[in-house]
Design a protein around this ligand. Structure first.
Ligand code: PLP
Length: 445
């Protein structure tokens, strides 16, 4: 053991590696010290009986430290609003708007014609009101934040009536009853899991009722003997009706996703929806409807803690202005696309690549809780290899990682979610895998 300890390199010597000369010296010294301390402790505990190659480990750690982890990937899964892959792909215009304000100064809070301070939400509030046909709208960091803000501003210390069929978990630790608690609102559950009527809601209205709330069952579906009161049935009972719509479709035609403007027209006093689901913009949570209710949210102290950053504001505004012009968001174009021709083209481009590639029918998904239960009929490229997980892992290690699905012993590529130019990367990567594997299939690194 003492021998091993004596063999430990000096921190200085280790950090002097010429291959790490582009790093600030202190940064390398700090990492080298941590590494040597680590190894010393493991020697002392008896865990290590041979010294690892410290200079190699240090180089690897420095490379990892210097490598951007969050980056672009190719989504070959066919899941359009894939939460793990960043949900909605934004339009070029939205991405450029974010880039422009990010790289320099911007009029985030200035009215240029007066030079005076201006509201930072103006660029999104006005197009939102025009799109939704309402009088007031604000946006915060995401849909979950919007729900917390609405409940905190409008129902703290009071009651909120919700159907038992809508006490959902929307993801991770975001559960309606928990959100009520952190917002200081008291949840009043009415009806049953499968059937709740308007009379259940109205019967629960009392002096302390602040809101009636409807929550879109985004990520599940109850089938069979069910009943759910409509917006119109719950509106106009002297208590504001709030609807958490989740996805926020602006146009009809996406399964039975509620259309935001229609929900307001039907009588909801306030709606909440996400910016990066069907709206096709950046992560944001929108609150729109009655001006007094919106203003109460806007002036609540929590608003300041949830307010949008300039890059998101710019991207959201560009997204909304594109909607005003009738342009269809990328995500919705992808949902409506028929990938059959793309699949056939990919198969043709892969001919002679040494892999068995079939074109087969399959299903993709909208994702993001939009259109639950409704698969998107699609055409898949089925790559038959003996160990599809290995191919899948190798694809994720490409310069631009490619994320595909593995099912039924094959690698599946759904061309639906491939953006322009990405089909070539997929072909190129699969050809390289085919070349490497030759007749005896490549066993991976
Ligand atoms: C997705 C969703 C949310 C949360 O929105 P985020 O923007 O992801 O925070 C809240 N409610 C419903 C019904 C949803 O579908």
């Amino acid at each position: 053991m003492n021998d091993l300890l004596r063999q430990l390199p000096r921190v200085d010597a280790l950090a002097g590696d010429p291959a790490l000369a582009h790093w600030p010296r202190e940064r390398v010294v700090a990492q080298a010290r941590t590494l040597v301390d680590d190894v010393r402790a493991r020697v002392l505990s008896g865990e290590l009986t041979v010294l690892p190659e410290l200079s190699k480990t240090l180089r690897e750690r420095m490379t990892a430290l210097g490598t951007q982890r969050l980056r672009r990937v190719v989504n070959a899964t066919g899941i359009v609003l894939h939460t793990n892959l960043g949900r909605a792909p934004m339009s070029q215009a939205a991405a450029e708007a974010a880039f422009e304000v990010a790289r320099g100064y911007s009029n985030t809070e200035m009215e240029l014609h007066t030079g005076q301070r201006g509201g930072r939400l103006r660029g999104v509030s006005e197009p939102l009101c025009a799109l939704l046909g309402c009088q007031a709208a604000i946006a915060v960091n995401n849909g979950a934040a919007a729900v917390v803000l609405v409940l905190s501003a409008l129902a703290q210390g009071k009651q909120v009536v919700v159907s038992r069929g809508e006490l959902v978990e929307i993801g991770g630790s975001f559960r309606v009853p928990d959100i009520m608690r952190v917002s200081g609102a008291e949840l009043v559950e009415v009806g049953t899991t499968n059937r709740t009527r308007a009379a259940d809601f109205t019967g629960a209205i009392g002096e302390r009722t602040a809101l009636l709330m409807r929550i879109h069952p985004s990520n599940f579906r109850i089938e069979g003997f069910t009943e759910r009161p409509s917006t119109a049935q719950l509106a106009g009972h002297g208590v504001p009706l709030v609807e958490d719509l989740g996805s926020g479709a602006l146009q009809p035609g996406l399964g039975d996703e509620p259309v935001v403007g229609q929900v307001l027209a039907d009588g909801a006093d306030l709606v909440i929806f996400s910016g990066d689901k069907l709206l096709g913009g950046p992560q944001a949570g929108i609150i729109a409807g009655d001006p007094e209710l919106v203003q109460a949210c806007r002036t609540h102290p929590l608003y300041r803690a949830m307010r949008l950053d300039k890059m998101v504001l710019a991207a959201l505004e560009a997204t909304l202005r594109a909607h005003l012009l009738g342009q269809v968001p990328v995500a919705i174009e992808l949902m409506k696309r028929d990938p059959k021709e793309m699949a056939k083209q990919l198969q043709a481009d892969l001919s002679g690549c040494g892999l068995q590639v079939d074109v087969v029918p399959g299903v993709g998904f909208s994702g993001g809780g939009a259109l639950p239960g409704e698969g998107l009929p699609t055409t898949l490229l089925r790559v038959c290899v003996s160990r599809p997980e290995r191919l899948s892992a190798w694809l994720r290690e490409q310069a631009v990682p490619i994320v595909a699905r593995v099912a039924d012993g094959a690698l599946l590529i759904d061309p639906r979610t491939l953006l322009p130019g990405e089909d070539e990367w997929v072909v190129d990567a699969l050809r390289r895998w085919g070349d490497r594997s030759g007749t005896s299939e490549y066993e991976g690194p």
